[in-house]
Design a protein around this ligand. Structure first.
Ligand code: ZN
Length: 343
């Protein structure tokens, strides 16, 4: 039973055909995961929180910067100036909309080391990512564990959305068998908030209808054209020889990922992921840090430090991004030095 406050909060939505009180109750009881909290993920998170989804899981390893603000919902200038993690910005935004929503956040890459555990027990997965590799991983888990997901992608004035009903309709790899452009996510893609919002809204609409208990069109690729204002429906067939849903070969889930030091493509930055997550209190050791580095920003979740040209953003779980550095060894040395100071 939904309590009275909820009933009045969603009174207009309950009037919607295909939702009603029953659908609203279903939406409220749902648990979803949004992969990525950037332009798409943050907007989907806002729309679906306002629509009343009861439990939302968020994952993103990145932090907000000024170049995100033109398309990232819930993010404010202050968040960018403070290098706040995107997942935390989303969580704060959701809580400000509706404090009773259960939100679980993870500041990390979404990869085979954490993906299956992260998606355990969710009713629906929403694609807020920006690359095919991550989508193939979502697709593997969706097919393996029978969890439906919504593929959503934007490039310039165009968007793609498809609802994937695993083992019934076609999966993403029935549509796109291989990643032929592995460097795609390294390119800086032209992007505008009107299109990311449009695609987020379209994908969230499928999500709401599904969560409210309606049959939604699966196996249809919706191609949204923001230049001539059209939406095309393309029927996708299931492929018997599809590596994922035909042969059940989950190659992205079975990939052995290494946690460690890695260049971030498309930028002069290096990411460092600790073997095990830490729980750092930056304020405790601030004196020692200030002796060795310029502290540019500090908050509960992240700290931005500078030495010479190099800047490092360190999250409180130990994940770090080192900017203006291409040398992996130098980055690792710097990281170890900071962790030692904070230990
Ligand atoms: Zn397939």
């Amino acid at each position: 039973m939904i309590d009275k406050n909820i009933l009045s909060r969603f009174s207009r939505q309950i009037l919607m055909q295909d939702i009603g009180y029953e659908g609203m109750e279903k939406i409220r009881k749902s648990k979803i995961a949004i992969i990525g909290c950037g332009a798409l993920g943050s907007t989907q998170a806002e729309i679906l929180a306002r629509a009343g989804v009861g439990k939302i899981k968020l994952i993103d390893r990145d932090y907000i910067d000024l170049s995100n603000l033109h398309r990232t919902h819930m993010a404010k200038e202050e968040d960018a100036l403070n290098s706040l993690p995107k997942a935390i910005v989303c969580e704060k935004g959701i809580k400000e909309i509706d404090n009773s929503i259960e939100v679980e956040t993870l500041i990390d890459d979404f990869d085979s080391t954490n993906a299956e555990k992260f998606l355990d027990n969710v009713d629906l997965i929403i694609d807020g990512t920006d690359n095919l590799e991550t989508r193939f991983l979502i697709n593997d888990i969706s097919v393996k564990n029978n969890i439906p997901w919504i593929y959503a992608g934007v490039n310039s004035w165009y968007g793609n959305v498809m609802f994937i009903k695993p083992n019934v309709g076609p999966c993403l790899r029935c549509l796109i068998p291989e990643n032929n452009n592995e460097n795609q996510s390294c390119d800086i893609i032209p992007s505008i908030g009107t299109m990311t919002s449009l695609v987020s809204s379209f994908s969230s609409n499928l999500a709401v209808r599904y969560l409210a208990g309606n049959e939604v069109p699966y196996g249809i690729l919706f191609v949204i054209d923001g230049k001539d204002f059209s939406i095309e429906r393309i029927k996708v067939e299931r492929n018997e020889k599809c590596p994922t849903c035909g042969l059940h070969n989950y190659e992205f889930l079975n990939k052995k990922e290494k946690r460690g030091v890695e260049r971030i493509c498309g930028s002069h930055a290096i990411e460092i992921r600790p073997e095990k997550f830490l729980n750092i209190d930056f304020y405790k050791k601030i004196k020692q840090i200030k002796n060795k580095f310029d502290v540019l920003t500090i908050n509960r979740y992240s700290i931005r430090l500078q030495r010479n040209e190099m800047q490092i953003v360190l999250m409180n779980n130990g994940l770090a991004i080192i900017e203006n550095e291409d040398d992996l060894n130098k980055a690792k040395e710097l990281y170890n030095e900071i962790i030692k100071l904070l230990a």
